[in-house]
Design a binder for this molecule. Structure first.
Ligand code: MG
Length: 369
């Protein structure tokens, strides 16, 4: 298809409560939305690297700049038969996966509109329910956390993910495990530790977690491989898997037994498929992660999780978990069984009034005259 124009929106979406992790607190979610148009057809995408480069080296401001000023002008006015062709047009640019994903995902939703094919079917997924886990950030007290977990246990969530950071780790985990002996837990460390913490991880081994997500440096595979050789609990990588190449190397050195896949972090949906297939071949299950996106970004996560090797419950949420009112409609609603269905038609799209209210910057990328 020919991409006639891109409309790019930088939005800040206020959260109901701050999102606290090992890298700080976010009070609103800064996100880049792209509408790609081809003739009478269009498709939307969302990519959410956050306000500051705390999760990875990208930020929403940087992604907005790259989409509008650098990457967008390379693709507008050109024909791309496949997402791989579009990726090829951007390979001279290093990194900036979230910015590339904002354009690449719009190629997919546009292709879905043009062909009348649901996105998950275009991706090669099957129409099936996608199950979500529960997820709790760092709380003020362990008692508050235990109460929150009780709610998830009562609601029969299949697993609970806990954020961990120095000062909120072993004591918290011992309390959690003694209160909920049979529940499946994993922790997400968001790169908060180093190999010097090996004694701590050997203690954490006794807790019996499903895995430890991203314990060490965000761009490392060798230390993670070393840790994986020295502890019983499987290691899962998130931040480190920021490209297809990084996934290849992590698998080659034995750095992980699980991979969290986020469409924005890996540069879009073609790369999701490559990493998904590579992991499947290595016997590594994958699961989908979110970046507190609006219903649009959340729906994209559900669509990709229909691929066969997404087997561990994902970080997928109802809109009401984070937002008083979702930027996009329809809002995301979770079934009582904590599942989401992929869409048979269009994905959620921004409500025009809310988009106008939350947009900080907007630009159209048009073909050169
Ligand atoms: Mg993570």
């Amino acid at each position: 298809m020919r991409i006639d124009r891109l409309d790019v929106y930088y939005v800040a979406m206020p959260l109901i409560a701050p999102w606290r992790t090992a890298y700080g607190a976010d009070y609103d979610i800064h996100s880049v939305l792209v509408k790609a148009t081809s003739g009478d057809n269009y498709g939307w995408a969302e990519s959410t690297p956050f306000f500051a480069p705390t999760y990875l080296s990208e930020s929403a401001g940087g992604a907005y700049y790259h989409v509008t000023e650098v990457f967008g002008p390379q693709v507008v006015g050109r024909e791309f038969d496949t997402a791989a062709d579009l990726n090829d047009a951007l390979t001279i640019f290093k990194g900036n996966s979230f910015a590339k994903a904002a354009i690449e995902i719009a190629w997919w939703t546009l292709q879905s509109d043009i062909t009348g094919t649901p996105l998950h079917k275009l991706l090669g997924g099957e129409t099936r329910e996608i199950i979500a886990g529960a997820d709790f950030g760092i709380q003020d007290t362990i008692d508050e956390l235990l109460e929150a977990i009780q709610g998830a246990v009562d609601a029969n969530f299949p697993r609970v993910k806990l954020k961990a950071a120095p000062g909120w780790d072993l004591d918290m985990l011992k309390a959690v495990r003694s209160t909920f002996p049979g529940m499946t837990f994993h922790i997400d460390c968001n790169s908060g530790y180093t190999l010097d913490d090996l004694p701590l991880f050997k203690e954490i081994d006794k807790i019996g977690l499903a895995f430890i997500e991203q314990p060490l440096h965000w761009n490392d595979v060798l230390d993670h491989a070393e840790l994986a050789r020295n502890i019983e609990t499987p290691v899962c990588l998130d931040e480190t898997i920021h490209s297809v190449k990084a996934a290849e190397q992590a698998i080659a050195v034995g750095a992980c037994k699980y991979i969290n896949i986020k469409p924005g972090r890996v540069g879009g949906l073609h790369n999701v498929k490559l990493i998904h297939d590579m992991a499947a071949e290595a016997g590594i299950p994958v699961w989908v992660g979110g970046m507190l996106e609006s219903a649009l970004g959340g729906a994209i996560c559900v669509e990709v999780a229909t691929l066969a090797n997404f087997t561990y419950p994902g970080d997928l949420f109802a809109s009401s978990r984070f937002y008083v009112e979702d930027l996009c409609e329809p809002p995301t609603v979770m079934t009582p069984n904590h599942t989401f269905m992929p869409y048979e038609g269009r994905l959620p799209e921004p409500n025009p009034d809310r988009l106008a209210a939350l947009t900080k910057h907007h630009a159209a990328v048009l073909p050169n005259a």
